[in-house]
Write a protein that binds this ligand. Structure first.
Ligand SMILES: Nc1ncnc2c1ncn2[C@@H]1O[C@H](COP(=O)(O)OP(=O)(O)OP(=O)(O)O)[C@@H](O)[C@H]1O
Ligand SMILES: [Mg+2]
Length: 233
């Protein structure tokens, strides 16, 4: 469904991605793990066209998407839930959600709103509350719900568990699994490598802008190098 081939990306002379190649098949949960600064968020930004590539190619559903503007990548079915949630603090929960569906017509917007509120009933109770006054966990739910408003085929989640209490982390990962059961494809970026490997089918390890290990998540979770570097072993 998604394929990155030899993707290079730079911020000025900071060469953040140095030839990243990876693939995500339809229906999979794929995790990117790696230390701070490894290039995980940059990989997601490259896919959603938030930062131009220096070279390489990105294909989604058989079409090159790396030269498209961001809203057209969204229109193809790729949704990005960014690191740090980036919800609109002064807007209500409802308004935040409607922003996520800005490409939809009125009828579809209402249908999507109902669907994401079914997934996160907690948000339904808080539709009128300002986004900035939600708890951290609720803000993360809102960020995911907003990313789902556009009814994506591929959902990219950047550090969804960051800063959350264990119970909320569990809830977020349960949600990711239920989305997969519903047919969604997920590309997950996580510092919490243990939890991410437990829910994902396959994983890639990024180190300073390069993929250094790849494989099915269960094997990587047992791999000595992964255990040492990312699982605190
Ligand atoms: N806007 C930017 N301008 C300059 N350098 C940047 C910018 N964004 C990222 N970088 C650099 O690119 C490299 C990769 O950053 P990236 O955010 O992709 O890492 P990451 O793996 O997501 O890290 P983290 O786990 O800390 O979120 C880092 O060296 C970072 O400093
Ligand atoms: Mg990051």
């Amino acid at each position: 469904m998604l394929r990155l081939t030899d993707v290079h990306l730079a911020y000025g002379h900071v060469h953040a991605l140095k030839g990243v190649s990876l693939a995500v098949a339809a229906g999979e949960i794929v995790t990117l793990i790696g230390a701070n600064g490894a290039g995980k968020s940059s990989t997601l930004k490259a896919i959603s066209a938030l930062h131009p590539l220096r070279s390489g190619a990105i294909e989604f559903a058989g079409e090159a998407i790396h030269a498209l503007p961001p809203h057209q990548v969204v229109a193809r079915g790729v949704s990005h839930c960014p690191e740090g949630r980036r919800i609109f603090y002064d807007l209500s929960v409802r308004e935040n959600l409607l922003m996520g569906g800005y490409l939809l017509g009125k009828k579809e917007l209402e249908e999507r709103l109902a669907a994401v509120l079914d997934l996160f009933p907690r948000l339904r109770e808080r539709l009128a509350q300002a986004g900035g006054t939600l708890s951290g966990g609720e803000q993360q739910m809102l960020a995911i719900a907003r990313a789902l408003m556009c009814n994506p085929r591929l959902l990219m989640l950047d550090e969804p568990s960051l800063g959350l209490a264990p119970l909320m982390v569990e809830k977020i990962f349960e949600t990711v699994l239920s989305l997969k059961k519903g047919g969604l494809t997920v590309l997950l970026v996580e510092q919490n490598a243990g939890a991410a490997l437990a829910v994902s089918d396959r994983a890639y390890v990024l180190e300073t802008g390069r993929v250094t290990l790849a494989g099915d998540s269960a094997s990587l979770a047992r791999d000595e190098r992964v255990v040492k570097a990312y699982l605190g072993g």
